[in-house]
Ligand binder design. Sequence first.
Ligand SMILES: Cc1cc2nc3c(=O)[nH]c(=O)nc-3n(C[C@H](O)[C@H](O)[C@H](O)COP(=O)(O)OP(=O)(O)OC[C@H]3O[C@@H](n4cnc5c(N)ncnc54)[C@H](O)[C@@H]3O)c2cc1C
Length: 467
Amino acid sequence: MDSTAEIVVIGAGISGLATSWWLQSAGRKVTVIEAGPRAGGTIGTLQESGYLIETGPNSTLETSPLIGKLLDETGIAASRIYANPAAKNRYILRSGTLLALPLSPPAFLKTPLFSARAKLGLVRELFIGRSAPDGEESVAQFVSRRLGGEFLDYAINPFVAGVYAGDPELLSVRAAFPKLFEIEQRYGSLIRGQIKGAKERRRSGEVSKQAAPMLSFREGMQTLTDGIAARLDDLRLATRATAVARINGSGWEVGVSGPAGNETIRAEAVVIATPAAAAAQLVKPHAGIAAAALEQIPYPPVASVACAYARADVAHALDGFGFLVPKKEQRQILGTIFSSTLFPNRAPEGSVLLTTFVGGMRQPELARSDDAAIASLVQKELASLLGMRAPPQRLWVNRWERAIPQYTLGHLGRVFAIEEAERALPGLFFCANYLGGISVADCIKSSRAAAERVAEHLPKPKAHPRG
Ligand SMILES: Cc1cc2nc3c(=O)[nH]c(=O)nc-3n(C[C@H](O)[C@H](O)[C@H](O)COP(=O)(O)OP(=O)(O)OC[C@H]3O[C@@H](n4cnc5c(N)ncnc54)[C@H](O)[C@@H]3O)c2cc1C
């Protein structure tokens, strides 16, 4: 049977859910189409035998007041929890030893993580000129030019692995870390910009990623997506969008395939909130250049491995967020989050839960090994780095064959092609983690902007806005 909606949102990850919420709460009639059996996309929480395991993101940073607004409006703010303040330490592996990242200038001067030469070299940063405003450098080129090779190897390389599961040689600094690029352009130095930028953020209410509180929920990250999904009027699960077509005159038709068979939904606007490859398939007949750009965005595989140990079997204090592994150290894991230190309620009394990431752009083949091989390499690495006295009591392997979009060199050109398609196809919009940032918080910020673009395109709503 065919139906009509004012707006169809395709994909119920955080990008599609949040866009749908902003539109619905402004009085719009929204139908959300999700191919999977549940909403949430990459966000997923498992609860088993007293353990709470995140299969995707473990937390996000509250970088914008929009996040609190979304939680308040959808009634889930009371379930929000902030990371344990004692979990501030972040360890980096150097020469086989986990060293805490320095958190203050005196700690920086003392840390063995960077050599005296690298530390002195930072003074030079104040005098290094800007890159060309229209040029495109990789993250590795930008960081080696400004901060030197040691900071690239032992600060930025592990950080990029932790955030993007990415490779700094391939990522575009302008696309992947636009704030860094902006700071250089505006202040001529990252150090100077750090100081001056703080004042501007205080005025705007935005919070820098370094200063933003880290949040999750008592029952895990899935509370966020379940909470929004529960408030949506028309969410159709296990239903795949198979085609979008323009209607002569105005509007769009979305072909969907679900439990009740095939159907066409007519809508005045369509928001595509799927990963890039699925978006490419949907827009190919209307926007070949944008479809090609979407197809070029690489998504490496990642395995996320949760390991439960008896506390007494772990020699390390686990007094922090976790640790990251620079490529130079030649290990088989990207890093580990001390999940049960970070948030309460992640492991039963007397046990700890650690979440380790394998694969990414650095070692995609490892994430594609079988479960037993992944489990074995993670156990071996954790035993050598954290001093395990016994094997884990439980272990869960979760895989993402296409985990995180990489904002590689040329990404801004691809974004431009996607934005051109939005301009050329009135009523068709894109919102997902390959635009505007990959973090859950960035997706929420992008969803608000997408909802505003949709609202501008449509006539004013007839219904009263509701929250
Ligand atoms: C292992 C891992 C760890 C991460 N850790 C963090 C972290 O700690 N903090 C953080 O902030 N971020 C983290 N991220 C990133 C963040 O989780 C994602 O970028 C974000 O959740 C993506 O949301 P999205 O809605 O854009 O896409 P998705 O979550 O991918 O949602 C897209 C949805 O579209 C649906 N879909 C696809 N095709 C169709 C179709 N044809 N019809 C209908 N539906 C369709 C899919 O089923 C899916 O539900 C992590 C990501 C991964 C993979």
